[in-house]
Design a protein around this ligand. Structure first.
Ligand code: AMP
Ligand code: MN
Ligand code: MN
Ligand code: MN
Length: 273
């Protein structure tokens, strides 16, 4: 069993890296990638837990990219965590994320909340806060019933607490991943709110830049999405990946490792590890 897209408390997941690895192992997963948003800070703890339980841990990262006024996520799989180019790139994104968090907090404070930044920073356990940490805070404050409502009424374009941010370029993300000896994979491609023409343009550009793969099977895709993405992967000569995008038991709509197998025509990205 394979799962190449998961999050820990090093970004916006709710389990610690070691807990995530133990839970994955208990579910029968034997090849797991930890792919926290814009950080490698959970990898060392995950590696050591993986050694203890006999699971192969692939060091990974999910890089936030701004492309044509949209946010696109690029997974770096099997990266060397001690690569300066990757580390410097991610440090820049962490700084952007910090600045965004301060602006988001100010925006929410204008609407009557207090001490938002400190509370969110505590929820993020000192890491650069993401929107999920704000969502958890809004639930705790009784502003919304659950995380999904937090994203419906806050934190998205046009709603309180939304602050746009310039992430990495597509070219930078691929470059950092390649320098770290990893494979660059477009995450959950069917989830972007773009036309099919635009998605094809993204994949063509990604392929030209040296991108390797497409996350054909994703916890956030429908069965039909999986089959359509398999066709696109074949069309663009991209390898296929599979990942749940698990964020922990507090996000019950994504389950760890319970993924359908890759459609038959796919070439699996993990053959290249
Ligand atoms: P950020 O990178 O801080 O902008 O946050 C992006 C993260 O927010 C995603 O990786 C998801 O974990 C989470 N997210 C985005 N939209 C939603 C939503 N509608 N419901 C729940 N979580 C969401
Ligand atoms: Mn997330
Ligand atoms: Mn993502
Ligand atoms: Mn993810």
């Amino acid at each position: 069993m394979i799962d190449l897209h998961t999050h820990s408390s090093a970004s916006d997941g709710s389990l610690s890296p070691a807990e995530l690895v133990r839970q994955a192992h208990a579910q029968g997963i034997r090849l797991l990638a930890l792919t926290d948003h814009d950080t490698l800070s959970g990898i060392a703890a995950a590696q050591s837990a993986a050694q203890d339980c006999g699971l192969r841990l692939i060091p990974g990262v999910e890089i936030s990219v701004s492309w044509q006024n949209k946010v696109v996520h690029v997974l770096g799989l099997n990266v060397s965590p001690d690569t300066p180019a990757l580390q410097q790139g991610l440090a820049f994104l962490a700084e952007q994320r910090e600045q965004r968090a301060q602006k988001m907090a100010q925006d929410l404070e204008k609407r009557g909340l207090e001490g938002v930044y400190a509370a969110v920073k505590a929820l993020a356990q000192g890491q650069a806060p993401g929107r999920v940490h704000f969502a958890r805070y809004l639930v705790q404050q009784g502003k919304v019933r659950d995380l999904r409502k937090a994203f419906k009424h806050y934190l998205v374009r046009g709603k309180p607490g939304y602050v746009a941010i310039q992430w990495a370029t597509l070219s930078e993300a691929v470059e950092w991943i390649c320098q770290a000896g990893g494979l660059a994979v477009i995450a959950h491609p069917a989830r972007y709110k773009v036309s099919r023409t635009q998605l094809k343009r993204l994949l063509a550009e990604f392929k030209t830049l040296g991108g390797h793969g497409l996350e054909v099977v994703s916890g956030s895709h429908s069965r039909d999405d999986n089959f359509q993405m398999a066709r696109l992967a074949a069309h663009f000569g991209l390898l296929s990946s599979a990942g749940s995008d698990y964020h922990g038991p507090a996000h019950p709509w994504q389950k760890l490792g319970q993924l359908p197998t890759l459609p038959a025509e796919c070439r699996a990205v993990w053959e290249a590890f």
